[in-house]
Write a protein that binds this ligand. Structure first.
Ligand code: ADP
Ligand code: TRP
Length: 332
């Protein structure tokens, strides 16, 4: 079968290395991002390790998250032949363009950004300048590569719009320079429920099931899913149960039907259902988990991928920065 021709538009996206991925992240963000590698001829994925500096305060932890994100993506199927994978901090161009852009950024535009307003509303202890100007650095990330399309979650849409506003302002002030980027928000993926049965799965609710955690940890997280208190003999409603909902996300149609029948028939306890889910979960991620173990054994390979990625990215980034410097009069 002939595959669909790839889009010639350029795609850029970043992932902030600030934690370990869970099922919600995978289905809501990682898998859709990886799928795009087959649709675009030019795709840049980077680890936004200058952005994570706004929150991570421990160097050893930071290193682990940075490597971790790259390993997660590679293990889950990102192909570095199709996508340029690199670290933001390997290219000083990001910070340099960020400063230049900050000099044309209206203070009010930052002050109105949702993420900043949320931080202020939550009375975040010691809000920093870095957090305030976070969207300017993100604009630099996008504009350096003259990106057309920026896949992001809903929460980041406004930041891409800010990048577009800054590109437009720069073009009007100094002459046509930047491509105007557009956000691409993946189709609404139903919010994956957390193990507490109440909130969406999220690190901030501590109700997650990790993807690469130790098997015992994953089993414990799954065995801890909240259910109602129906006795083993009683028939159960699959459609309101979190164990069943999670099973539906990773099992085949026949497996789902079989489990539905067991719920409706009674004589089948939640403990059994959880064991079934845990086994399925470990089977579903078995290949990725094994691949991540292999990748971890040879970090030299990862460093090579990131170095090659940085080299490729540099060609684009330095070209744009030179143009920008000419436009603003920094190149004499
Ligand atoms: P967390 O809520 O655990 O801190 P992040 O805010 O880092 O997760 O989310 C990263 C991306 O993962 C989000 O942009 C979102 O698209 C996706 N995501 C996170 N939690 C879920 C969920 N429960 N269901 C679907 N997608 C999710
Ligand atoms: N701010 C994004 C987040 O928190 C990560 C990010 C940084 C990004 N730079 C970017 C995403 C550029 C897309 C494009 O998830």
């Amino acid at each position: 079968m002939k595959s669909k021709p790839k889009s010639t538009k350029r795609l850029v996206t970043g992932v902030k290395p600030s934690g370990f991925p869970h099922l919600g992240n995978y289905l809501g963000a990682i898998r859709p991002a990886i799928e795009l590698q087959n649709e675009y001829e030019e795709a840049f994925f980077f680890i936004a390790d200058l952005h994570s500096l706004t929150t991570v305060r421990n160097a050893a932890e930071h290193r682990e998250y940075i490597r971790g994100v790259a390993l997660d993506f590679l293990a889950l199927g990102l192909d570095p032949q199709k996508v340029t994978l690199f670290r933001q901090s390997d290219l000083p161009e990001h910070a340099e363009l960020s400063w230049i852009l900050s000099c044309i950024t209206p203070f009010g535009l930052m002050d109105r950004a949702h993420a900043w307003k949320d931080a202020v509303a939550k009375k975040l202890k010691d809000p920093t300048v870095g957090l305030f100007t976070y969207p300017v650095l993100m604009a630099a990330d996008i504009l350096l590569y003259q990106a057309n399309i920026v896949p992001v979650g809903k929460d980041q849409k406004q930041h891409v719009e800010i990048a577009r506003d800054l590109a437009d302002k720069f073009n009007h002030t100094f002459g046509e320079t930047f491509t105007l980027p557009e956000p691409s928000i993946p189709e609404e993926i139903a919010s994956i429920p957390g193990t507490d049965g109440t909130h969406k799965m999220s690190k901030s609710y501590k109700n997650t099931i990790e993807i690469f955690g130790a098997e015992e940890v994953i089993r414990k997280q799954i065995m801890g899913i909240k259910t109602d208190s129906k006795a083993v003999e009683e028939p159960k409603d699959p459609d309101t149960d979190t164990v069943f909902k999670l099973y539906c996300l990773i099992a085949t149609a026949t497996e789902i039907e079989n489990l539905r029948d067991k719920y409706l028939a009674g004589g089948f306890g939640y403990g059994e259902a959880k064991k079934l889910l845990a086994n399925k979960y470990l089977e579903y991620f078995a290949e990725a988990r094994q691949k991540r173990i292999e990748l971890t054994k040879d970090l030299g390979y990862l460093d090579e991928v990131l170095a090659t990625g940085a080299q490729k990215a540099k060609k684009f980034a330095s070209q744009t920065l030179t143009t920008v410097k000419k436009k603003v009069g920094l190149l004499l």
